[in-house]
Design a binder for this molecule. Structure first.
Ligand SMILES: *Cc1c(COP(=O)(O)O)cnc(C)c1O
Length: 378
């Protein structure tokens, strides 16, 4: 059983074939429609630019800050390394904020406030596993301290807080459509902002700083172009955008299914002694996108051995995430983040994808129970 499986069917196949037959492969109607449909889903006046990845969108966001070497950007201690990487790539210093508590794995306004200095320029929040952060106090803190707020929404496409979509709270937001995300294009991402100037800057970043697109010149709408600022090539393909549109149409139903499967897991996992889960009490104001199914193993059993045992039964598991302090590139650069350290050491991610069945969940939980007991006995 894989950790994740794509929900692709004839609709995705037809959409990609249609693009191939139209013989226009980049920055065409599919990309424009994907951006418009995604913006309509988000609401709140969000404007969208499809990118080659979430990392490219984060890079575009960080680039806009014009960071100098002493400038600091707060990123979560519990996240994918892309958040720290883009800060470092843009010449700034990433600073880690700890998780709120062993039950709330997101950072909150308190853990952010604790690491702010006069050199802090921005805050990047991640809605871990698809669970929305408590945004109101974070937005207020950033406003009060004059900090730019970026949402990394890679886990949380379609998640809502008080009915409002994640990705509409910050100054900028970045989504991922990597293969294993809730909305899959293989590679792809979305840069989002309600500020047209930020959108225009990201548009230049996406395509060499150029003022016109190949499509405009092809259609005779432009003869030449100017370059307004240095830029990169972070464009999505028309095939990717076409996949994104079909996947976007399936998103609400698939997220609903993920929430149902997560509830099934919650009941089944109650039978595993010593195991805990983040956010295991219901909260009507926050609707998670249930991107992954993280659990916290009891203290004692060897995680690697449990993972190997489950792999032996054909069940793939993973870790979200290793401690950032453990990475060679950042050796000795990060402060201690004790809550995240405890989570990084004992977190295990179980399979979760929309086509999973309840009996598959019982198999996973049964195997987990068996291998935890075996580890306890040794
Ligand atoms: C997957 C992921 C990214 C990177 O997304 P790509 O589209 O692969 O660049 C960034 N942040 C988080 C939290 C992620 O899970």
């Amino acid at each position: 059983m894989p950790l994740f499986d794509l929900d692709f069917d004839a609709r995705e196949e037809d959409a990609v074939l249609a693009v191939l037959r139209r013989r226009w492969l980049t920055m065409g109607d599919e990309t424009r429609l994907f951006e418009e449909e995604f913006a309509a889903m988000l609401g709140q006046g969000a404007q969208c630019l499809a990118m080659s990845s979430c990392t490219a969108a984060l890079h575009a966001a960080m680039h806009q800050l014009g960071l100098r070497p002493d400038d600091e950007v707060v990123v979560p201690a519990l996240t994918f390394v892309a958040d720290a990487n883009v800060v470092a790539m843009c010449g700034g210093t990433p600073v880690l904020a700890d998780c709120a508590s062993p039950r709330d794995w997101n950072m909150n306004a308190d853990t952010i406030a604790r690491v702010l200095t006069p050199r802090t320029r921005a805050v990047v929040v991640v809605h871990y596993a698809g669970q929305p952060c408590h945004m109101e106090p974070i937005v207020a803190l950033c406003r009060e301290r004059g900090l730019v707020l970026v949402e990394d929404v890679a886990h949380a496409v379609g998640a809502t807080l008080d009915g409002r979509q994640c990705g509409t709270f910050g100054d900028m937001a970045c989504f991922s459509f990597f293969s294993n995300k809730n909305l899959s294009c293989g590679e792809g991402g979305m840069f989002v902002s309600r500020d047209s100037r930020r959108i225009e800057q990201a548009r230049l970043f996406r395509s060499h700083g150029m003022t016109t697109l190949t499509l405009d010149r092809h259609k005779g709408r432009a003869d030449s172009y100017d370059v307004l600022s240095p830029g990169l090539n972070c464009r999505i393909t028309e095939m990717g955008a076409a996949l994104g549109r079909v996947q976007l149409a399936k998103l609400a139903a698939n997220n609903h299914r993920r929430r149902h499967l997560t509830d099934c897991y919650a009941r089944a996992l109650d039978s595993v002694p010593g195991l805990s889960r983040p956010w295991d009490s219901s909260d009507d104001t926050r609707q998670s996108s249930c991107h992954i199914l993280p659990v916290l193993l009891p203290q004692g059993p060897d995680r690697a051995a449990v993972m190997a045992g489950m792999r032996g039964e054909g069940i793939q598991t993973s870790i979200h995430y290793p401690a950032p302090q453990s990475f060679t590139a950042y050796a000795d650069q990060f402060r201690e983040t004790p809550v995240a350290a405890g989570i990084c050491a004992r977190e295990l991610t179980l399979p979760l994808f929309p086509s999973m069945t309840e009996s598959m969940i019982h198999d996973v939980v049964g195997a987990l129970r068996t291998h935890l007991l075996q580890q306890d006995a040794t």
